[in-house]
Ligand binder design. Sequence first.
Ligand code: HEC
Length: 123
Amino acid sequence: MNFFKLLMTSLTFVVLFNANSFAADAAKGKKVYTKCKACHNAEEPKNKIGPHLVGIVGRKSASVDSYTKYSDALKGANIVWDEANLNTWLENPKGMYKGTKMLYPGLKKEQDRLDVIEYLKTK
Ligand code: HEC
């Protein structure tokens, strides 16, 4: 193998590897979701400690009528949950809405957040 071929092969590898590590993976997200399960149901519109998460991507914040325990912080948020703001929220809920009742320190790994959001998109 000459030098040029070797260089191209390595570059291809780098590109593929990066593309792969940044892609969100719903199957991996399902595993990450086990950390949310104690407080959230994403299968059925039933609330637990937190509101159900059916259809959360594209849903208005604090909009589950059957959930009566929303904090004033979240009630005042008035946003539509999308991939970008869910990413911010899941990294540090209290950092986004001080006074939130979601007592969860946050998912520190970006890849975990992207994966769990990808999983929630299927719900
Ligand atoms: C210890 C319980 C607990 C855990 C664990 C938890 N949450 Fe929550 N979550 C809550 C509570 C309580 C609220 C309502 C917060 C409020 O009203 O301030 C909430 C709110 C939310 C909301 C906003 C819902 C809406 O209707 O606007 C999203 C999205 C969310 N959680 C996602 C997650 C995800 C994803 C995870 C796992 C990475 C997670 N939560 C882990 C308790 C929890």
